[in-house]
Design a protein around this ligand. Structure first.
Ligand code: CO
Length: 479
């Protein structure tokens, strides 16, 4: 078999973000990271994924860490490597739609505090939900990695994703990410999709998969054959299972081939020696259940992400209906069809899963419709990919004229002035206001506690109009 590219394969290591988010409930602390940063910085990765996703919330909720301070510390100790974050479009890092001024300020501050590359995705692949984040990332000198949330359905075929990638390239993306969060993308399909993308878009393709179903290494290898530019892997101590395939294994596999990464396994071994201790600490603390390392083939059978299956089991247990597990599994694709085939990723996975459980447990389909289902059917999360079942929409009490067809954030007034006023007594910086706006249940307590511990600092809240004009940030040339 021949490689369709002769360029070295570039590697993003996820050890500082997705690896511990997927395996250990995002509980790695900055103290766990610090001793390894110098060696990580010397390896020559394309980037280190280290921020965003669930890390922001987990820092404040569980680790008593200021997420912004974590980012500044990482930046200071990783001077030669690009830092990458995960960003959920108009939801930023939260679970609702924020107004454009909040999205804009979050991009500005992420880049100012050290982020180079922002991977921007939307659960429904509604590109209108990516517009503002793409615009703002570019405006402040960051690199835009626009994302295809990968899924399988009658409408999510190769043509769909190739077409989506073309649109994202036109919107100004610097790279395209194939985000296979559930490890649904099979190796041969990865080959074919990457090959098509390389033939149709001019910007680099970055593949993100997991090893939940045990195919991750093969997916990465076949993508490497097809000419993928960059792949995500995790250093071995927190690799595999629900996390990414191991970095070292792929680096060794490609040695001496046209796609040799050129990365030094000895340096990785040094970093891995440190993270083995961290993984052990996380196991001892109960944050890492070795069960996550098992291969879960149910996803291959039912095309339902692994995390969603464990949620279903616990919902059914609560209702005392564990015997209905397979009925619910069969109901999920029907609900998904009724809802216009949303990809199953946060938050749509929970919404579809819960609706399927209710349809079975109550013994009548759509007898009960939770408000999240109603919001999704109404278009509050964005445009659903396929046709929605109008009978179901009517059962949810939504009239055709009530369906939102514009970009949902167009209905939102600027929110920063409101948040600034609301949190004037505790916020010490614009970064604090953003933390408070995104996590109103968690951030106030965290910030109050932090303010007591640290001596008062001069307040650094910038006038909001400051951001109205384009800032002249020099393009970043790290690494
Ligand atoms: Co992931």
């Amino acid at each position: 078999m021949e490689f369709l590219s002769d360029k070295p394969l570039l590697i993003t290591d996820t050890i500082l973000r997705d690896a511990h988010q997927s395996q250990a409930a995002t509980r790695m602390t900055i103290e766990d990271m610090l001793p390894a940063l110098e060696v990580l910085d010397s390896i020559g990765y394309y980037s280190l994924e280290c921020w965003g996703g669930a890390t922001f919330d987990a820092c404040m909720r569980f680790l008593d860490e200021d997420p912004w301070q974590r980012l500044r510390t990482l930046r200071a100790h990783l001077p030669h490597t690009k830092l990458q974050m995960l960003f959920r479009g108009q939801n930023i890092l939260g679970y609702k739609h924020y107004a454009d001024d909040v999205v804009d300020m979050f991009c500005a501050k992420s880049i100012e505090n050290g982020i180079d590359i922002i991977r921007i995705f939307d659960a429904l692949n509604d590109i209108r939900n990516l517009e503002q984040a793409i615009k703002s990332t570019k405006k402040y000198g960051g690199s835009v990695e626009a994302t295809l949330s990968y899924t399988i359905s009658p409408i999510h075929n190769e043509d769909y994703f190739v077409d989506l990638a073309k649109q994202l390239e036109q919107m100004g993306a610097d790279t395209i990410c194939i985000k296979d969060m559930a490890n649904l993308l099979l190796p041969m399909d990865a080959y074919s999709l990457v090959k098509r993308l390389k033939e149709t878009v001019g910007i680099p393709i970055h593949l993100h998969t997991h090893n939940t179903t045990g195919t991750g290494d093969m997916v990465n290898l076949m993508a490497a054959y097809a000419g993928v530019d960059i792949v995500d892997t995790a250093l071995s101590p927190l690799a595999n299972g629900t996390s990414q395939p191991a970095t070292e294994s792929l680096v060794a596999t490609l040695k001496g081939t046209p796609r040799d990464t050129g990365l030094d396994l000895n340096k990785m071994s040094k970093a891995a020696a440190h993270f083995r201790k961290v993984a052990q600490r996380l196991k001892d603390a109960g944050a890492l259940d070795p069960k996550v390392l098992n291969v879960d083939t149910n996803t291959l059978l039912y095309q339902v992400p692994g995390g969603m299956l464990s949620n279903l089991i616990s919902q059914l247990k609560q209702a005392g209906k564990e015997d209905k597990y397979y009925d619910v599994l069969a109901e999920i694709p029907r609900v998904r069809e009724d809802f216009g085939y949303p990809p199953l990723v946060t938050p749509s996975s929970q919404i579809v899963g819960t609706q399927a459980v209710m349809n079975i447990v109550t013994g009548e389909r759509y007898k009960m419709i939770p408000k999240e289902s109603r919001a999704m059917l109404k278009g509050e999360y964005g445009k659903l990919p396929g046709k929605v079942n109008e009978e179901v929409r009517a059962k949810a009490g939504i009239k055709p004229e009530e369906v939102i067809t514009c970009r949902p954030a167009d209905l939102l007034e600027p929110e920063l002035p409101k948040y600034s006023a609301e949190y004037a007594d505790i916020a010490q910086s614009t970064e604090d206001i953003l933390s408070l706006a995104l996590f109103p249940q968690v951030a106030p307590n965290f910030i109050k506690k932090r303010n007591l511990k640290t001596p008062p600092v001069p307040r650094t809240i910038e006038p909001l109009e400051h951001r109205e004009q384009e800032r002249s940030v020099a393009p970043i040339s790290r690494g």
